[in-house]
Design a binder for this molecule. Structure first.
Ligand SMILES: Cc1cc2nc3c(=O)[nH]c(=O)nc-3n(C[C@H](O)[C@H](O)[C@H](O)COP(=O)(O)OP(=O)(O)OC[C@H]3O[C@@H](n4cnc5c(N)ncnc54)[C@H](O)[C@@H]3O)c2cc1C
Length: 600
């Protein structure tokens, strides 16, 4: 078994050359994010990922989390200790507010670190991921009392957090949430209901777990406008901050899953013994608004899971391809010893596809992370709005495209292994199983695509989409004007893809109002098109930088040439897929819907 090694060189290249780390470090409050500090943080995180998290990835998958007879949950061997070290090292509070003990670093810096956690051990990282979301929500909408009682301990990692949206009848459609919250004379609430699929809903890492629960107060409006958000701790917290009595929330079972076995996915029962004590967060009936704010970041993080697992799958496949001896490769440079499968042209195709997709996703995601920082911290209000628009446009792409692409990458990784890929011991099969959930939770790909054609494309008449297209076109123009034949070729492919994107955008804008069912029928290919082109755009930018640096700086020539070659492969082999997606978007809506329901 090879070990996961964080691709620090590529991460730093993307951070500095594409996502503008220097500009982010100039923003008020981010002065600490100098390139030296960031490089040191990445080195430390990489060490933790390789030495602590990675060794538990496969054993955690085999052992899984279990619910014991007394209703408590035991995580796999080593996970509790790893979590303790994770929290002690301060990794939980990287981006969090200094007021509550966080380090206040930019999202851009946390993003590669997060990629490492996902890659090293996705099942482990789900716990901090959900805690981040819960912290965000309390910070956004909580009273000072709630913030002071919960945030310092959640930021330090002493307590963890969960997100409780889903119920048996309410998955994608949260309007169907039924959990009830009844106001008590002391202004607390009693909650009654059942939540399912709750990630790290119970575990043995920490003494307390802070559940954020969507529920309805009596007489609340129907639908999503009647949802309120509550803080429901596993143990009540005394006024001096110490832990009080056990709350009426219990893990009644754990799900048996396809992947991420080490992360407990719990069914939680609220109020079986008189009601679970909860505290209203913000205003009643505004729960979904608050959830959406934190969901934006959680969706981005799940997109990053796609990037992380792709990198891991690529590294594993590459190591196997360098070792496995099989056949003579056509036309390969003869070698003295046995020839390994990396010499076979089709194995090269698979590895290049994995590599190019992973680098494209990483680049698009880090650029989005920078926009999230600028949207909050840029001193100019007009710039803040522009960055917010861009980030909101990109989040469903990062979630929808990176996670769908991760399926492809993980599957190719398995294929590179041949029969051994199907056998669990190589780890390639686990990548496929673990990656599979990413297109489902935090909103399925369909839900991302609905959001993307509706709120992100049609609502503003395509304004933000056009702005992004204009920026992409600038990159294509710069590439085509280059003296380098590789860059010219990348620019031409990008230009063609942008042309197809424009046609699809025009079609979506018209169909959204005229034939909305058709627009929704091809919303996923429309989203995937955008992902593919954004990936090509960022790799095109990377190629421009790499070409410039190769001619001016001798160091790292090999890395920079490989960057250009990877971008060229993406442009030659992957960007042309935009054409068939475009044909599907503009032409397949009606036939998708041609059968009557009873004809299936
Ligand atoms: C391992 C795991 C961990 C999870 N963790 C959490 C958690 O921590 N907290 C939490 O609250 N939830 C969690 N979930 C729940 C998860 O968010 C939901 O499973 C997901 O949102 C989909 O809901 P559903 O399963 O009810 O599927 P459904 O909503 O029933 O969807 C079924 C199918 O119909 C499609 N569909 C539904 N509505 C539409 C629509 N409007 N347009 C187009 N297609 C549609 C879906 O895309 C999907 O293909 C988790 C789930 C799993 C499996």
């Amino acid at each position: 078994m090879n070990v996961y090694r964080a691709p620090i060189k590529d991460m730093l290249f993307v951070l500095t050359e594409l996502a503008g780390l220097e500009q982010i470090a100039d923003l008020p409050g981010f002065e600490d994010a100098t390139s030296e500090t960031v490089a040191a943080i990445l080195e430390e995180a990489a060490k933790f990922a390789t030495e602590v998290l990675d060794p538990l990835n496969q054993s955690g998958d085999r052992q899984g989390a279990v619910r014991l007879a007394d209703g408590t949950v035991r995580t796999p061997t080593g996970f509790k200790e790893a979590y303790r070290r994770f929290a002690e090292n301060g990794w939980n509070g990287l981006t969090k507010n200094r007021e509550f003990g966080g380090q206040g670093l930019p999202q851009l810096v946390a993003t590669p670190v997060e990629e490492m956690w996902h890659a090293a051990n996705m099942a482990f990282d789900l716990c901090p991921l959900l805690t981040q979301g819960a912290i965000e929500a309390i910070e956004l909408a909580g009273s000072d009392e709630l913030k002071n009682a919960y945030l310092p301990k959640m930021v330090s990692g002493e307590w963890t957090g969960t997100m409780n949206l889903t119920e048996p009848q309410a998955g994608s459609d949260l309007a169907a949430v039924r959990t009830r919250a009844v106001l008590q004379p002391d202004q607390t609430y009693k909650l009654f209901g059942q939540k399912v699929f709750i990630t790290y809903g119970d575990h043995d890492y920490t003494a307390n777990i802070v559940h954020l629960v969507l529920a309805r107060v009596p007489d609340a409006p129907l639908g999503v406008k009647g949802l309120s958000l509550f803080v429901v701790p596993k143990h009540l917290v005394n006024s001096d901050g110490s832990l009080g009595i056990r709350n009426d929330v219990n893990c009644v079972s754990l799900e048996h899953k396809l992947g991420i076995h080490a992360s407990p996915t719990a069914v939680l029962a609220y109020g079986d013994n008189g009601g679970a004590t909860g505290y209203l967060l913000g205003e009643p009936n505004h729960g979904l608004e608050y959830m959406f704010v934190m969901m934006n970041l959680a969706r981005f993080s799940v997109g990053m899971e796609g990037v992380g697992i792709s990198e891991r799958a690529y590294q594993r496949a590459l190591a196997f391809a360098r070792e496995r001896v099989q056949g003579r490769a056509i036309g390969a440079v003869p070698v003295a010893g046995p020839e390994t499968i990396i010499e076979h042209p089709d194995v090269r195709r698979m590895l290049m596809t994995m590599r190019a997709f992973t680098q494209a996703m990483r680049s698009a995601a880090y650029v989005t992370a920078a926009a999230l920082d600028n949207a909050k911290h840029h001193p100019d209000s007009v710039a803040r709005v522009a960055h917010q628009d861009f980030a909101e446009f990109m989040v469903p792409i990062i979630k929808g495209w990176c996670t769908e692409t991760a399926q492809r990458v993980a599957n190719l990784g398995l294929q590179v292994h041949g029969g051994m890929g199907f056998i669990e011991e190589t780890g390639a099969a686990q990548h496929v199983r673990d990656a599979r959930i990413t297109t489902i939770y935090e909103g399925t790909t369909s839900i991302q695509a609905n959001d993307f054609i509706g709120r992100k494309t049609a609502r503003d008449g395509g304004r933000v989409a056009q702005t992004v297209i204009a920026e992409m076109s600038e990159t294509a123009k710069a590439l085509v004007q280059s003296a380098d034949a590789n860059l010219v070729s990348i620019g031409r492919s990008l230009g063609l893809a942008i042309g197809q994107l424009k046609m699809s955008l025009a079609w979506v804008l018209s169909a959204y109002s005229k034939t909305p069912r058709e627009a929704f029928a091809t919303s996923v290919p429309y989203l995937q098109m955008w992902g593919l082109v954004c990936g090509g755009w960022q790799l095109g930018r990377a190629a421009l930088v790499a070409a410039h640096k190769t001619s001016s700086v001798a160091s790292d020539r090999e890395y920079l040439q490989a960057k250009i070659a990877t971008a060229r492969f993406y442009a030659d082999a992957l960007l042309p897929e935009v054409s068939s997606l475009g044909a599907e978007v503009t032409g397949a809506g009606a036939s998708t819907l041609a059968l009557a329901t009873e004809q299936f």
